[in-house]
Design a protein around this ligand. Structure first.
Ligand code: TRP
Length: 445
């Protein structure tokens, strides 16, 4: 009794939604710094190689499982290979849940910073003062949770609307807006006095900084950036129609994600160097250094607000895809209505978000394996369940489905899968070895 599954309204709509899932905080705050630190242009080339080899193959693999079965991750594996494989999907749904519970907290910070920048609260402060403001903000018991609640409501609101009239419609507006903001910011950044130093930090290939660890870093970044390993692409693939050209559209999604990451580097590094600051990783760069950078540039309030709006959009479209994984499971397998599933999941996610947020303040001495609750949730998903999921999905499509998967892609006459042999070879051998290696590195080093 399978009801006709809802499909994306248009091809572009699908591409925007899937790119929306992929383009997230990883592209904007993580990629630029990683590139700068790992040999600049050299890292860029290695990253592009990993994206072409692993990333694209795995995106096609996940989309294919989704479209073949038209089901959520748990059911998709079940239908293709029986209950033994269903745990891969279940792990994906659980991962989506955990990621969401800290994603809404961090995304709430980006919303708060739209307000802080816009209200001038961060004017004329140096990095130390910005650090103090940020630390005090995230440690306060109530304020961050208010922003997390606002973000949760926005996310649930989009998913409530459905696949085509909710997720797709919102992505079709937000992704072009994100892109325009990014280009405006990049132009501002590279035309600042002294931007050249940042450009050369970012783009000069320095092969002496490339080590075996660089490859591992590039693989795991590509993997994370493309939202792989936990069924998000699989779920979006389940709404693709059979006459969509899957390999071509997957390549568009991968291309857009990579383009945004590369452009983000042109926004952040020249501006940071122009202001005379050091690029540092993660939260520190975004919330402590950048407000001071914007303060020093002409029109800084405008560009600062634009930047945090950009981050909030990137976070929203990614969060929506995570929620959709969970919702599709409850709708397909538990007979839930979409509205009830989205609201119910939103409430639970927010409830788990409470201790996650408090872990930055009054509950900072509660630790799991020596990490704060937030860091532990992040580590457990990014370093463990996502790579394990990706490894298993790769083996599944390569070995269990094999030629069946190729056949499914070629199911209509005009949809060829060029290099099908290479694709299967990557899924059978290259990706499992690469991901396995990253996994061991993450767990033991
Ligand atoms: N791709 C997102 C980013 O670059 C993060 C992410 C990882 C994600 N896995 C995901 C987003 C699954 C949505 C779904 O920031």
């Amino acid at each position: 009794m399978t009801a006709q599954r809802e499909n994306w309204g248009t091809r572009i709509g699908f591409i925007m939604a899937a790119a929306g899932s992929a383009v997230g905080l990883g592209n904007i705050w993580k990629f630029p710094y990683m590139a700068g630190d790992n040999g600049g242009g050299a890292f860029l080339l290695i990253y592009l190689g990993c994206v072409l080899l692993f990333g694209l193959s795995l995106v096609i693999a996940e989309l294919t499982i989704g479209r073949m079965t038209q089901r959520n991750p748990v059911d998709a594996f079940h239908r293709l290979a029986g209950p033994g494989w269903a745990f891969v999907g279940a792990m994906g749904v659980a991962t989506a849940f955990i990621i969401l519970s800290f994603y809404v907290v961090v995304a709430g910070w980006t919303l708060a910073y739209v307000v802080f920048m816009g209200s001038g609260a961060l004017g004329h402060l140096n990095i130390d003062q910005n650090t103090e403001i940020f630390t005090r903000f995230v440690a306060s018991p109530v304020e961050p949770l208010v922003y997390a609640a606002i973000f949760t409501v926005m996310m649930v609101g989009v998913v409530l609307g459905g696949v085509a009239s909710g997720i797709e419609r919102v992505s079709k507006w937000l992704m072009p807006l994100l892109f325009v903001l990014l280009v405006i910011l990049a132009i501002r950044s590279v035309t600042l006095p002294g931007a050249g130093e940042g450009l050369s930090f970012y783009l000069n290939p320095d092969w002496s900084r490339v080590s075996s660890g660089t490859w591992g870093a590039a693989i795991s970044q590509a993997f994370f950036s493309l939202s792989l390993g936990m069924g998000a692409m699989l779920t979006y693939g389940s709404y693709m129609s059979r006459d969509q050209n899957l390999p071509r559209d997957a390549a568009m999604v991968v291309g857009l994600d990579t383009l945004v990451a590369v452009l983000a580097g042109l926004v952040i590094l020249p501006a940071v160097f122009s202001a005379g600051f050091e690029p540092t990783a993660g939260a520190g760069l975004t919330f402590m250094t950048l407000p001071a950078v914007f303060d020093k540039m002409p029109g800084g309030v405008f560009f600062g607000v634009a930047f945090f709006v950009l981050l909030a959009i990137a976070a929203l479209t990614s969060a929506v895809s995570l929620l959709e994984v969970v919702v599709s499971y409850f709708v397909d397998n538990r007979g839930a209505r979409r509205g009830a599933a989205a609201i119910g999941t939103g409430l639970v996610v927010f409830a788990i978000g409470v201790p996650v947020s408090l872990s930055q303040g009054i509950w900072s001495d509660v630790t799991i394996g020596g990490k704060s609750i937030l860091d532990a949730a992040d580590y457990f998903t990014t370093a463990v369940t996502m790579p394990v999921g990706g490894l298993l999905i790769s083996l599944f499509v390569g070995w269990v489905l094999g030629p069946r998967a190729v056949e499914a892609i070629r199911s209509t006459p005009d949809h060829r899968l060029p290099l099908a042999g290479l694709w299967l070879f990557v899924l059978r051998f290259v990706a499992p070895v690469g991901i396995g290696w990253v996994l061991l590195q993450g767990l033991f080093f």
